[in-house]
Design a protein around this ligand. Structure first.
Ligand SMILES: [Zn+2]
Length: 84
């Protein structure tokens, strides 16, 4: 039996030239996926997704660090002072 339609997280981009989704993966370069449009023959990189991912990761990291420092502050303040 052949598995059909089970393609998770693999959304192919559309061609920036003709907006067709008839694109095929054509290797990769510098961590970017390279695609070729079958309709107009243009090759392009799927760079937008990577940029969004990086930005999102940066925001999450910032939020995480923020929460960490918040927790550290509250821990310090909530600690009873034993120096007596
Ligand atoms: Zn195209």
């Amino acid at each position: 039996m052949r598995k059909v339609g089970i393609r998770r997280r693999e959304s192919r981009p559309t061609c920036p030239s003709c907006n067709s989704n008839r694109v095929v993966k054509n290797g990769s370069s510098r961590g970017k996926a390279k695609y070729k449009c079958k309709a107009c023959g243009r090759t392009f990189y799927d760079a937008l997704k990577h940029r969004m991912d990086r930005e999102q990761r940066k925001r999450i990291l910032k939020e995480y660090l923020n929460r960490m420092s918040m927790r550290a502050i509250s821990r310090v303040e909530g600690k009873p002072l034993n120096t007596a």
